[in-house]
Design a protein around this ligand. Structure first.
Ligand code: 5AD
Ligand code: SF4
Length: 489
């Protein structure tokens, strides 16, 4: 059954002449049906189909959330278009660093003139940034052209919020501080037919001192293993061969559930799903990376050979201040264990430069870990002060020029090491999942290796979504040019 149509019987069975049910997801089925009627009415008035567009900022979690939002919008009857002048435009926002917020305000400013020409347009804002009180008051006072504001905890309520917006003339603001609820079984529209993210848990309990995520995504809530397995089985039946298990901190999966289940045990269950070819996961916290998990990865035929292990800093002193609950030695030990168990694994990381109080010695500790681990790739960030986090009130903020100098030095080194790491694989034959046509050259397709590296090679659109074997002919720094040898299925 087509994924988007999966809940059609339940939606059709709703009687919208009655008051809405209190239970979820039935309540949303009711509002989806009601919104369909409102959209049809508008379409008759305008004599054209209504369009929608979602712009996603931030991480894989947000990308998955946007697929859920789009699933609801398309189910209601909107046609998805790639343009911010649609009848409904939603920004799914990120607030992990200040520049993410600035980008949202920039887009919002541009939409003001679009809406002047297109008065019936609805503008919606959701996601992490909306969980911050000062953001919502800025929107209320300076961005009055916004129609809907909702947060991370009630994303599933889009159909209901939309019905309210159609019947109201003022800005609808619906933000929850936290929730213990997980609402399942709503329509989803995937970006790729052959791969998908799957949420396994929501929220974060770690409270790293610089990070705003625990404040905007709430406490950790794991999904029931049965619900996860059922979702993956349905995805596989719908053509998905690669999944990415998503959570802010997947290594603590299951700790909040009554049935005692660890992340490693969940992975072992997912591995058994017939037809599923590849498993990825994101993000791991080093503090609870278990030997059991490494063992499951080592013995797995499906788990990809890639481990994203955020370092943040190599300085044990700063790690303590950051509340990361591991030290430099423990981190190095974990990286070593991973490499010993799975020799061709790619290790990638996140590093913050310029955390308050970072000295030259602290920074050198970070550079030292970079030398020892030799990351296949590293995301490097300049520390960004997030209001409400403990680090924001630290008086020892590092001067901008010092941070820039350290950042440039780190970036140069991680890029050189990445290139050296990538060069090692030239000549190898790799299994590749073809993800699409090359954006610059339509005689080429682009795909991803198990270790997450990208390779481009001659091929046509029929290969999309297929697993093939490719010889890596040339390394271009961060990606390869290759030559297809045959099917890997
Ligand atoms: N400043 C800079 N980087 C940050 N990250 C999280 N919070 C901040 C911040 N305040 C980075 C961390 C995390 C990644 C997702 O974003 O490195 O792992
Ligand atoms: Fe933020 Fe730390 Fe939670 Fe990651 S583990 S989301 S860095 S608080």
């Amino acid at each position: 059954m087509e994924y988007l149509k999966m809940y059609e019987n339940e939606i059709e069975a709703m009687d919208i002449t009655m008051s809405p049910p209190a239970n979820e997801p039935e309540r949303q089925y009711y509002f989806i049906k009601k919104a369909r009627g409102l959209v049809k009415e508008k379409e008759r008035e305008l004599k054209r189909p209504l369009t929608c567009h979602i712009t996603t900022f931030g991480c894989q979690m947000n990308a998955r959330d946007s697929e859920k939002l789009l699933g609801v919008l398309e189910n209601i009857g909107y046609k998805n278009v790639d343009d911010e002048t649609a009848d409904i435009v939603i920004f799914n926002t990120c607030t992990v660093r200040e520049n993410a917020n600035q980008r949202v305000y920039g887009h919002l400013g541009q939409l003001k003139s679009v809406k002047k020409k297109h008065p019936g347009m609805l503008i919606g804002l959701c996601g992490c940034m909306m969980q911050e009180e000062d953001v919502v008051s800025t929107i209320q006072s300076k961005y009055k052209h916004v129609d809907i504001v909702f947060g991370t905890h009630n994303l599933y309520k889009l159909a209901e919020i939309l019905c309210d917006a159609y019947l109201s003339n003022s800005m609808i603001i619906d933000i929850w501080k936290d929730t213990d609820k997980i609402v399942e079984d709503l329509p989803v529209e995937r970006k790729y037919s052959f791969k998908s993210g799957v949420n396994i848990m929501f929220g974060c309990n770690n409270f790293c001192s610089y990070c705003i995520v625990p404040y905007v995504r709430g406490r950790e809530r794991s999904r029931e293993p049965k619900a996860i397995i059922r979702e993956i089985e349905r995805l596989v039946a719908d053509g998905v061969i690669e999944i990415m298990l998503l959570g802010q901190n997947v290594n603590s999966y299951g700790k909040d559930l009554e049935d005692n289940i660890s992340f490693a045990e969940l992975l072992a269950e997912v591995e058994k799903i017939k037809g599923l070819k590849r498993i990825r996961f994101m993000t791991s916290h080093p503090k609870d990376l278990s030997d059991e998990l490494i063992e499951v990865m080592k013995n797995s035929k499906k788990i990809c050979k890639h481990f994203h292990l955020p370092l943040q800093t190599g300085s044990t002193r700063l790690l303590k201040e950051m509340n990361r609950r591991y030290d430099k030695e423990r981190y190095l030990e974990l990286a070593k264990k991973l490499k010993e168990a799975i020799p061709d694994i790619a290790i990638t990381t996140d590093i913050i430069v310029g955390y308050p109080g970072e000295t030259e010695e602290d920074f050198e500790e970070t550079m030292d870990v970079v030398e020892m681990v030799r990351y296949d790739s590293a995301f490097t960030f300049v520390y960004s002060k997030r209001t409400g986090t403990p680090a924001a009130s630290n008086p020892n903020q590092v001067p901008e020029d010092v941070v820039k100098e350290r950042f440039d030095k780190l970036l140069k080194r991680v890029q050189t090491i990445s290139r050296e790491q990538a060069l090692k694989k030239v000549g190898a034959v790799e299994e590749v999942l073809v993800e699409g046509m090359n954006e610059q050259d339509d005689s080429l397709v682009s795909g991803r290796m198990s270790n997450n590296s990208i390779v481009h090679f001659p091929g046509d659109a029929d290969l999309c979504g297929k697993l093939v074997t490719v010889k890596l002919v040339e390394c271009k720094g961060f990606y390869y040019m290759g030559e297809m040898l045959g099917s890997a299925e």
